[in-house]
Design a protein around this ligand. Structure first.
Ligand SMILES: [Zn+2]
Ligand SMILES: [Zn+2]
Length: 202
């Protein structure tokens, strides 16, 4: 797929991928940034840059937008193993919303779901045919249990769903839930940055 360029609003001190000089401006819309690979480029340099978009550092976990051929229809094959993210926006004393926003920036927003706004069913149904999937559940024990119950209800094969990481926003995931999804009990720590590191290293 081609880059999807958005004009202006480049991060401070962005470097042009072509000439390696600073680009963007805080005073006006200037230069370009790809929505998917995050490449930043001068207007004058853009025509010299490759047209193919790699989808950036999370390409193996991201569902390419061109694979979403219609509302709620995903067309395989995908280049990697998509990471489907369920976030409970009500969890974590305000962290939930931050998680939701951040993951929608890092991945395709169509693979990030708010458990508090519709539950896990839609997301699981949408991607059930695209094994192997990886699930990331951001919330407390109740959220993790909710997704697991729905996996059972939909009779999804466990082998196609690998819990990548279950974390906690406030009190710590409890041992029985951690064991059931085969992850270590996470510590109460700065989850936002923890997740960011995990997500960008996929
Ligand atoms: Zn791009
Ligand atoms: Zn340049």
């Amino acid at each position: 797929m081609h880059h999807q360029w958005l004009e202006g609003n480049l991060p401070v001190s962005s470097k042009c991928v072509v000439c390696d000089k600073t680009c963007g401006s805080v005073l006006r819309l200037q230069d370009w940034r790809c929505l998917w690979c995050r490449a930043t480029v001068h207007t004058t340099c853009r025509s010299s840059y490759v047209t193919h978009c790699s989808l950036g550092p999370t390409r193996h976990a991201t569902v390419p937008p061109i694979r979403i051929v219609a509302d709620d229809v995903i067309e395989p094959p995908l280049p990697g193993s998509p990471l489907i993210v369920f976030v409970n926006s009500k969890s974590g004393d305000g962290h939930g919303d931050r998680f939701l926003r951040r993951f929608k920036q890092i991945l395709n927003p169509a693979q990030v779901f708010d458990l508090a706004a519709g539950g896990p069913t839609h997301g699981l149904r949408l991607y059930r045919g695209l094994a192997p999937l990886r699930l990331l559940i951001c919330g407390g024990d109740g959220s993790v249990g909710w997704v697991l119950r729905e996996i059972d209800n939909l009779q999804l094969k466990v082998s196609t769903i690998i819990p990548c990481l279950s974390s906690v926003m406030v009190d710590g995931i409890k041992e029985p839930v951690a064991r059931s999804v085969n992850v270590d009990t996470p510590k109460k720590t700065r989850p936002f940055f923890h997740f960011r590191r995990e997500a960008t290293s996929i």
